[in-house]
Design a protein around this ligand. Structure first.
Ligand code: KDG
Length: 312
């Protein structure tokens, strides 16, 4: 069995150099929150399986080839012959603000179903199952896949991690709340940015009391450049963000999760997990692309080098 299992939609990703309406060059890669996390973990030496559906097209081949090249297990993925691989376009606008456009409705990735979730567990339960709020937003099949995977992971004794990853382009806070809150009794670790907490917690209620009361064991709250906090019922630790030149913040949350889960798999304590999370998050912010700049294990210490260091 693998260290980490994750499932979702991966898309072909175009990154523009400037405003789309001006035309110009796009670079082609892949994106998708769960795939980003799988790549981040594989770079750190953990075994990671990503499960999803791709189209029988060249962009689907790009998705699978990229994940394979990064050492991610794609053996449980399926191909939908009659639906295209989805597309996402990133358009940098001002400083660290990027506009995202999706071309993913009816995509192969949204054909994900409980059948893939069942196949994903072949070889036994993983140590960690990672799911995000993006997948259930894609339709009934993807929601069934997440529900099934969470139940199966729980039954197999895996640690279940949920990243809220609210995407307002895909669904409302109300629908996300109604869908994600019922999963909480089976979730061990919740990751959310501060502004996503209303998806899981009613206005006016205390987030930590509510989430621990629902059965969650660990809550990690991200505040972007202002750092992050990790909480268990009897311990809270805070970490500032690591200062790096901001090139592209898209994917930072996924990199953060990869670092956090890596720390968990390595048996690090709360502060050690959070340290690794802010470090991998910083690597993502400092490089163009969702996952391209993520560190290998040997590179984790690079941010401690004095500025201007050349590695020889
Ligand atoms: O977390 C980065 C993601 O936003 C990106 O890779 C695309 O998964 C994505 C989504 O659905 O927005």
């Amino acid at each position: 069995s693998v260290d980490v299992l994750t499932l979702g939609e991966a898309m072909a990703a175009f990154r523009a150099g400037g405003p789309l309406r001006l035309g110009g060059q796009l670079s082609l890669s892949i994106a998708g929150a769960e795939a980003n996390v799988a790549i981040g973990l594989a770079r750190l030496g953990h075994s990671a399986r990503w499960v999803g559906v791709t189209g029988a097209d060249e962009l689907g081949a790009l998705v699978l080839r990229t994940l394979r090249a990064e050492g991610v297990d794609v053996s449980a993925c399926t191909v939908a012959p009659e639906a295209p691989t989805g597309l996402i376009i990133f358009e940098p606008r001002v400083a660290d603000l990027t506009r995202v456009t999706y071309y993913r409705s009816g995509s192969a990735g949204s054909r994900l179903s409980a059948a893939e979730a069942v196949a994903a567990f072949e070889g036994g339960a993983p140590r960690v199952l990672h799911v995000t709020g993006i997948t259930p937003a894609l339709g009934d099949g993807p929601l069934a896949a997440v529900t099934r995977a969470v139940a199966q992971a729980k039954a197999g004794g895996a640690t279940v991690c949920l990243d809220v990853n609210h995407r307002a382009r895909l669904w409302s806070v109300e629908r996300a709340a109604a869908t994600l809150r019922p999963l909480l009794p089976s979730v061990d670790l919740v990751v959310a940015s501060e502004d996503e907490l209303p998806v899981l917690v009613d206005a006016g209620a205390d987030p930590l009391t509510t989430l621990f009361g629902a059965g969650v064991g660990e809550v990690v709250v991200k505040r972007g450049g202002d750092g992050a906090s990790a909480h268990t019922p009897n311990l809270t630790v805070d970490r500032p963000a690591r200062r790096v030149p901001v090139v592209d913040t898209v994917g930072a949350g996924d990199a953060f999760v990869a670092g956090y889960l890596s720390g968990l798999l390595d048996g690090l304590d709360l502060i050690g997990r959070l340290d690794r999370a802010v470090t991998t998050g910083a690597f993502a912010v400092a490089a163009r692309g969702d996952w391209e700049g993520l560190p290998t294990r040997a590179e984790l210490g690079l941010l401690d080098a004095v500025p201007g260091t050349t590695i020889r």
